[in-house]
Every structure is written in structure tokens, then in C-alpha cells.
Design a protein around this ligand. Sequence first.
Ligand SMILES: [Zn+2]
Length: 427
Amino acid sequence: MMYNEQFPLIKKVFENSKKAPFYKNKYKGLIVNRLGDFQQLPVLTRQELYENSYPKTLNMLTIPEKNFIVTSTGGSTGIARYTVLTYEEWDKFVDMQAFAFKKLGVKDSDIIANIFVAGSLWPSFIASHDVIKKIGAIHLPISANIDIEKIYHYCLEFQPTVIISLPTLFVFLADKVNEKGKKFTRLHTILYAGEHMSKEVRDYISKTLKVNNIKALAYTSADAGLMGYQCEYCKPNEYHLPVKFQCIEIWDFEKNKPCEYNEEGEILVTNLARLSMPIIRYKIGDVAYWKKGACKCNDPNPLYTLCGRAGDDFKLGGAYISMNIFDKAIGKFAGKNSISMNYCFEIEDIGNKIALSLKIESGNPEKSKKYLDLIKKEIIENIPEIKTGLSIDYIKFFNIEFVKLGTLERNKITGKIKKLIDERVKE
Ligand SMILES: [Zn+2]
């Protein structure tokens, strides 16, 4: 079993962590002589990371205050957390990510458009530079911080063969191609990161930009680094675990034991290649399960499947509704009259009633209007709670409108569109 193979590294990480006051205190009296000891260590929570990380304190550092880069998780979860990596650790991460790029078919002959958001201590944009340099391909550092027209213009002028960005931006580029008609003639690979890509969004991008090779760059978080990479055989949410780089436990908290194959549990991640600010048994908030058997690509690194995060659902009339229904409904019409897959669904309290509004971007909001009723019908058919709510006047109204491309609010740091805004008073 891979855990045993990893144990010498795990032990090293544990022993080293005691150089940091936070861990010295957290693990007081605890020893790790065998795997079972490690699996009984208390988990690291998001709150602990928030309270003890640089620059608030030096409590989590095992190194002097120099020779490192600081990265941020961004504001998407409400509270930004910072982590540090020495330049040596950064380079190890770059090597790992370059390995993942190559696995997905990126070569030194490629021209790569980097359309990640730069700044705000967000690592993707600058990390991509180092990764592309390592591969030896051509780098177009366009960034997502500039006007979309300019992004589109650069892509037309340079005709990249690979684009790396967020799903929100790929939708936007596809919208532009639909609107303006000029295409990317050499594009063969799309690599995304930062958010989940639904099947409908994938289909829309693939059809519009005429690209079949659409893969996740890696499964990463700014807290814990790169935790998984895909190969050509990986299904959309399937990843190889780089066992020398990270230890992942898929944990059953009810039974307090590791999950068996195909059993869903919570991910606990331990960095094996980063010692400066140790991350040990960190509860990252994602759910996954191990897949049994070897991969067709012959890579011995084990496979796991991510099951997504809690929070992509909302409650209506006592039922949990999946945001996927909106992706499916809008996906049926995306591309027609320049209708986009970028949308925002808002739920508000109005007195004792609730109001629902859905805004969808479009290259031609006026012309798209004729699809309003069809989209509404599609959604209501799949969410009977809306129909019932409207008929008993518990839901005041359900409005749908089209807005111009690029006008829905983006997170300034991550560039993502918030698909669900639930303004209701929390009970
Ligand atoms: Zn594989």
C-alpha cells in the first residue's frame, strides 16, 4: 500500500514540523513511529491555518524569515489565507506542474496563451511562466486582468496552440468567437484550473472553440499546492496522486478510519515536498474516493476521483437543488444568438417571500430574448419547487434576463463569476 512507501517521508515531515512553534505545541507529547500514529494526529483546520500563518505570526514556519514566496488562497472562501514556499520548494512544484503539462500533450513546439489572473499574491499566472519556461514552449503572458477584447485580439494575432485559464474565461472566449466569428485555427488543447467545469460548459467550449483535448491543469489549492494531475485516460474529475510530493488520506470521519476503495470520504492532505511551512493532515474541504487498479497510462501513481465540494447546492422549499440544473438548462441554448454559459442566479428575501432572478450573459441580449421562456420552462420542469412556490405565492417572482458579455460581476482576485448568490437570511 502506498502509505507505507510514503511513511519515511511522512515521518521526516512530522519531525521537522516541531521546529515551528505552532506544531510543537499542537503535537505536544505525540510521537509518530508507525503509520497508525500518524493517522491519529489531530487534523489541521482552515481556522488554524488562518490564525497562525504568515504574516500574522511566524508560528508555522520552520525556516528563518527570508528566501521565500508568499501566495494567497484568494478571497473566494471569505477569508484569505497565506502560505509560503522557499524558492527551492517553488521549483519542485514547477517541475511537478511541468510534468503534468507534458502528460496532457503539451510540447516545446507549443505556443501557450497564459490567461490567468495576475496579482493579489495569486500564484497561477507567475507559476505558469516558470512551467512554460521549463517545458521550453513559447509563452504569451496575456493575463485575464486586461480587457476581454484585447485578450481575444492577442489570441487571434498569435493563434496559440494551447490556452490555460479559468472555465469562466473560456466561456467568455467562446462567446466572443460566437459573436465575432473569427476563430482560433491552431488551438488543440485547453487546460483549466481554479473552478469546476461542468459537462455543459465543456461541451459548449469544445463545440465553439473546436477543441477536444480539454483537461484540468491539476488539482491544486493555494493552501496545499498540487495534489493531483491528469493523464490522457483520466475522466474529468479523476487524478493521479504524485506520491512523493503529497500524501492524501481519504478519511471517514464517522468511523475515524481511512476509506476503502470507492468509498467517499474527506481529503486530508500532507505536503511531503514542502518543509518550510508544513501542511499536515489538512482538511481541505473536498470529498473524493480511491479508484482500484492501475491506469492504462502505466503510471504507478494511484488514481482518485474528486466528488466536488459541498456548497454548490441551495435549499428551496425544503429541498436541496443542484446548480447543475442551471448548467443543463442554459447549455441547451448556449451558442444560439450568442447566448453564453456564464450566468448568475440570485435568491433574495422580500418580506416573507422570496424572489429569484437569473442573469445570463449574451453577445446579443435583445435577440436572445426569444429563448427566455424556453429556458424558464426547462428550469421549472426540473425544479418543481419553483413551480409550487410560484403557485402558492411563496416565491414572488422568477425573472430571467440577458445581459451583455462581461457584465456579470467577477471576483477581482480570482476572475470567477459567482453562479449562486443566496441573500436570504440564514436561519
Ligand atoms: Zn493515467
